[in-house]
Design a protein around this ligand. Sequence first.
Ligand code: FMN
Length: 210
Amino acid sequence: MNLTDKLNRRYASKMMNSLPVDDQKVENILEAIRLAPTSLGLQPFTVFVVKNQDMKEEIFRTAASGQPQIPTCSHLLVFAANRSITTEMLDEYFELINNTRNLPKEKVVTYRQLMDGLLNRSNEANFTWAAHQVYIALGFGLVAAATEGVDSVPIEGFNPKALDDLLQLEEKNLGSVCLMAIGNRDEEKDYNAKLPKVRKSKEKLFTEIN
Ligand SMILES: Cc1cc2nc3c(=O)[nH]c(=O)nc-3n(C[C@H](O)[C@H](O)[C@H](O)COP(=O)(O)O)c2cc1C
């Protein structure tokens, strides 16, 4: 199967069969999320990987009761963006840059000055910006899952306040943005499994400027 075949095979699974996904496949999906690009490279988010069945059920009950994929998935990823950008986060990022790349000092100083601009923006603006980065990582995760032949579904239909309370995210300077359930489709119970894709035509979606 080529990439297009794999993307056609993927769909938003509404019901999974509770079977576990192979550890190596999960690892590959998480690695794709880790390698996703982010604005300025900051990666202003954390992903919780929930395998524990009691916790999946608790999340379903308290924050996402309309999403039967959650208790029946293998792993539930909770993408949580930073609520604010802090000097400590930037310090940590620059230490990582310094330890990873041997860049000339002037270059790092200019970059740091640019990034310090984030500290002058409102927490609301920075949270929105961080959430945008989450969605890119989510997209990488979805494509990686399709590539691995693993079923998945992105989930925005949940109560972020209830989930933040349950996972004590506010205390960690985090706010939940979206979820991604990964697992194995339940072909019999999932009405979505056999439906054809609904997508705009290429002509409608793309406008060529030659
Ligand atoms: C950001 C985002 C949030 C979504 N939230 C939900 C959700 O809460 N529950 C759900 O069942 N599907 C959710 N979906 C799945 C979409 O409904 C689905 O991707 C879309 O209808 C296209 O169908 P397909 O993915 O099966 O091709 C979401 C998709 C995206 C990208």
